[in-house]
Design a protein around this ligand. Structure first.
Ligand code: SF4
Length: 148
C-alpha cells in the first residue's frame, strides 16, 4: 500500500525551525508498505527555516502577521496531487500543525493554546476521502494495516 507521511515524522528537517519530528515507530509499522514523504509547507513554496504560522480567523498567518494562506493552500493541493498520483488513501500527518494537524491545531494566538480543528492539508485530504492518522494514534493505524 502507498501511504503518505509528513516528511518531518520521517526525520526530514523540513519543520519551520529546520528540525524534524522523527518517530521511529512509523518506519517499523510501514516496513512492508511504500512511504510517500510530503511536506505541504515546502510544496507550497515556503522556505526552511520559516516563521511559525497558525490559523487566525480561518486564514494561515505567520507569527509576524504575513498572510501565508495561499502557500498553505498550494501545498495542500500539491500534496493531494501526490496522493492521486500514487493512489494513496491513507496518510500519517503530524499532529497540531497548521498544515498537517487533523484533530487539534494552535488557536491563532501563538501562545501554545490548542483548539479542535484541522490544518489546511488535513482538511483537503479528508474532503477527498483520505483516511488520516497522526503519530499519537498509531495503534489504530496498525490495526487497520493488519486487516489489509
Ligand atoms: S508541513 Fe507537515 S510535514 Fe511539513 S514540517 Fe509541517 S508538519 Fe511536518
Amino acid at each position: 500500500m502507498n501511504i503518505l507521511v509528513s516528511a518531518c515524522l520521517l526525520g526530514i528537517n523540513c519543520r519551520y525551525d529546520g528540525k524534524d519530528n522523527k518517530v521511529e515507530e512509523i518506519l517499523s509499522i510501514l516496513e512492508k508498505h511504500n512511504i510517500i514523504p510530503i511536506c505541504p509547507e515546502q510544496l507550497g513554496g515556503l522556505t526552511t527555516p520559516r516563521e511559525p504560522s497558525e490559523i487566525v480567523n480561518g486564514k494561515v498567518m505567520s507569527k509576524s502577521g504575513v498572510d501565508v494562506n495561499e502557500e498553505f493552500e498550494k501545498g495542500a493541493e500539491e500534496a493531494l496531487k501526490l496522493s492521486k498520483m500514487f493512489n494513496s488513501s491513507i496518510a500519517i500527518l503530524k499532529a497540531r500543525s497548521p498544515s498537517c494537524g487533523s484533530i487539534q491545531v494552535y488557536d491563532g494566538n501563538f501562545n501554545g493554546s490548542l483548539i479542535d480543528g484541522e490544518g489546511v492539508t488535513a482538511r483537503l485530504f479528508r474532503e477527498n476521502g483520505i483516511e488520516i492518522f497522526d503519530e499519537e494514534h498509531l495503534d489504530e493505524l496498525r490495526i487497520l494495516l493488519e486487516k489489509e
